[in-house]
Design a binder for this molecule. Sequence first.
Ligand code: GN1
Ligand code: MG
Length: 360
Amino acid sequence: MAVKHYSSRELNALLGHFNIPKMQYGFRPLTDGYINDTFLVKEGHNPLYILQRVNHLVFPNVVGLMGNVQNALRHLDDDDYQKIVLVETEDGGVFYQQQHPDLAYWRLMTYIDGSTAYNTTQNPKIAMEAGRIIGTFHMLLEKARRSDYVDVIPRFHDLGLRKDQFVVALANASPDKLQIAKNAIQFAKATLEKLETMQMADLPIRICHNDTKLNNILFTKETYKALCLIDLDTLMRGHFHFDFGDAVRTIVNTAPEDEQDHQKITFEQDLFKAFVEGLAVNGPFLTEAEIKALPFGAVLMPFLHGIRALTDYLNNNIYYKVAYENQNLDRSLSLFDFTKKALAQVNFMDKILAQTLTPV
Ligand code: GN1
Ligand code: MG
């Protein structure tokens, strides 16, 4: 998907539809996401809001998505959890839809002062705090009624669906791309077979975040205390090992997701331990079967993202925003490299999890 640019006039006009003081705001694009368009809204140097266009090609049911978010925010209201506030539109809604021809959906949130996010880390305190806040998030959402939430992207983390999409992409891809992506394709095929034999059964359904990468967690700037999870778009039913795996792939690996030098891609055992210790701070909340599934999650999630990126590369980049032609292929190769490294650590993960987590 191509990256879209907006003028500050356009963005100020959009802000005019929200219930905030009328003035000329400044904007800084936040470009880490692959799906939505996100801007930091400032008054002078002062960051005040996050303005975001929700990509309705990826999330066709924006009304359902915002309903999920509002429902969850009612549960995510606790002394140990930073409250996220959606700013209302002038007519009392939580998003503004532009008129024809754009029909784009925009929402506004208050900026959490003094907060920051990290793409990667080497700091065990950050890893531990990430584990703590993900555990808190799940414990707070335990009370959520599963049937109140819509599946914003049905079968989002379903290996079977991602395999089917990969097979279709293979059948339609240009011979050039099939050749360039030869190694990635081979790894995907072999790993699909391996993971299919590892699938878990009878796991409880939880309301999950479904995109718990490290940079979706806010921390206090100086003290590295985790405040809350952001980017609740993919919040819907799922299994805990999805959220575990997405966190592990971005916390335990000290290199960014699209790192091209695979020597820099690591599975840091100390960071893994710290992350699991952070989860344990919350007391028991996972079943024995869920704990057993966690190493599988740490292998599954990087692989799922890798095969999705590879599929998008073969489909000529129709889903993710790309900064250059082969970015999706590079992402798939580095995600596959981490998948291999996580597979080699399954026994280690089992051992740490058994030592650190007590089942409910
Ligand atoms: C996408 O745009 P962003 O970064 O929030 C993707 C996630 C991936 C992430 C990074 C709806 O999220 O699943 O973890 O890229 N979201 C969707 O790979 O596809
Ligand atoms: Mg996301």
